[in-house]
Structures are given as C-alpha cells and as structure tokens.
Design a protein around this ligand. Structure first.
Ligand code: FES
Length: 124
C-alpha cells in the first residue's frame, strides 16, 4: 500500500486539520493531541464535504436533580466534526455517527495514519 507524506507533525495544530488530495480523493487529516486521523472528505449521509466542518468536543447537557438544564459542558474525550451540509456529527477518533444510536448512518471512510521522524503519513 502506498504511503503518502502529509506534512510535518508541527504543521497540524492540536485540534486542527489539513485537507490533501491523494488517490483521487480529498482526505482530511485531523490531529487530536499526538494522534492523527484521516477521513475521506465525503459525508456518508449525502456526500457533503465533512472535513470542512466545524470541530468541537461533544456537548453535554448538565441536568440538576429535577432534570432541569443547568447549561452545557463539553466532553474532552469525544471530539466531533459537524458536516456543513446538514449538521450530522461524527466522532473524529472513530469516524462513527455521533447521534442517536437508532439512526442508521454509515461511518466515515478513512485511512490509517503513521508518524515517523516528525512527519505525518497516510497509508492509502
Ligand atoms: S451530507 Fe453530511 S449531513 Fe448531509
């Protein structure tokens, strides 16, 4: 399998991404901490440019004992990307749809990544 050099590690900021073209595809490479994830820039819903969506941590509604909302918090362990076409959210680490489990949406389609000698690679 071909290995494509993407960039130096330092060129992708933590919580950021870059989009490259390789293998006839646009591919988004996302960084969360020291980990990198590569997903095709094609939403499994209707093909929207998922890699150009907003990135943020999963929103948690904080409820009191009476189940009244006390505002929002964010889950640092779950980072989502939101498709700019219809707003579906996907977990950047897994590619899985982050909405209700009874809604059947396929996961993002991606590639393995590798870091070697300070450079990020995608294995196509
Ligand atoms: S195409 Fe991405 S949510 Fe519809």
């Amino acid at each position: 399998m071909p290995t494509i050099r993407v960039s130096q590690v330092s060129e992708i900021e933590d919580g950021g991404k870059i989009v490259i073209e390789a293998d006839g595809e646009q591919i988004g490479i996302f960084r969360i901490g020291d980990d990198f994830y590569a997903w095709k820039n094609r939403c499994p819903h209707q093909g929207g440019p998922i890699c150009q969506g907003r990135i943020f941590n999963k929103v948690i509604e904080v409820l009191d004992a009476d189940l009244k909302s006390r505002g929002r918090d964010y889950d640092e362990e779950s980072t989502h990307i939101v498709c700019p076409w219809h707003g579906l959210e996907f977990d950047i680490r897994t590619g899985q749809f982050a909405g209700a489990s009874d809604v059947k949406i396929m996961a993002l389609d991606g590639y393995p990544t590798q870091v070697q000698d300070g450079d990020v690679y995608v294995i196509i």
